[in-house]
Ligand binder design. Structure first.
Ligand SMILES: Cc1cc2nc3c(=O)[nH]c(=O)nc-3n(C[C@H](O)[C@H](O)[C@H](O)COP(=O)(O)O)c2cc1C
Length: 188
């Protein structure tokens, strides 16, 4: 299994990074390979609405020649995708949303998908201790990702996290991401 991981926090070693690293380490331990992109450090523009990706002969391609090019290539080749994002203002971060807007090339002109059912696991971290507080948003985001052609898994949500190392006070969460890794690679 080939996993594409998108890391969408600006903090290099924050809570989401530590959880994502643990998840990928376990997935690799179970035989998967993974490639990780830190969205905040990439040269990524927002979608320019040129609709080039809807033109015959330009299918699956984006006209904006920036760091989304290798991500798109890896996405089409991946079996599973993990998107790790803190909650910012009740939603995914701007880095994650920018990546998401650039997914227009996964849609065919009739708005069905070029993807072949890649699994998608979204991992959210938040300051709010109540894990149900943003549940309607997580469900809504998963509906959008399903529309794009992903086979969405139940999101993982971790709360009560403010400082970058708060996650270390909650070691049970690392066990949870290891279980999620096993489910993702089909060994759970
Ligand atoms: C700009 C900004 C907006 C935030 N908005 C929310 C929010 O709406 N709800 C929430 O529970 N936490 C919010 N937080 C807290 C982060 O989600 C939380 O600290 C998260 O664990 C950070 O992840 P990281 O350590 O991986 O960067 C916000 C933090 C920042 C910096």
């Amino acid at each position: 299994m080939n996993i594409l991981a998108l890391y969408a926090s600006p903090r290099p070693q924050g809570n989401s990074a530590q959880l994502l690293n643990a998840l990928l380490a376990e997935a690799e331990h179970l035989g998967a390979t993974s490639k990780r992109y830190t969205l905040n450090t990439l040269r990524l523009k927002g979608c320019q609405a040129c609709y080039s990706c809807r033109q015959p002969g330009k299918e699956k391609q984006c006209a904006v020649k920036d760091d989304m090019q290798p991500i798109l290539a890896d996405l089409f080749a991946a079996d599973a995708v993990v998107l790790a994002s803190p909650v910012y203002m009740w939603q995914m971060t701007a880095q994650a949303k920018l990546f998401t807007d650039r997914l227009m090339p996964v849609l065919k002109p009739d708005y069905t998908s070029w993807l072949n059912g890649q699994r998608l696991l979204v991992l959210y971290t938040q300051g709010q201790p109540d894990l149900t507080r943003f549940a309607s948003y997580f469900e809504y985001a998963n509906s959008m990702f399903s529309f794009l052609g992903f086979r969405t898994l139940e999101p993982l949500v971790f709360g009560n996290l403010r400082d970058r190392n708060d996650i270390r006070q909650q070691p049970q969460h690392f066990e949870r991401v290891r279980q999620a890794a096993a489910e993702l690679v089909g060994k759970g």
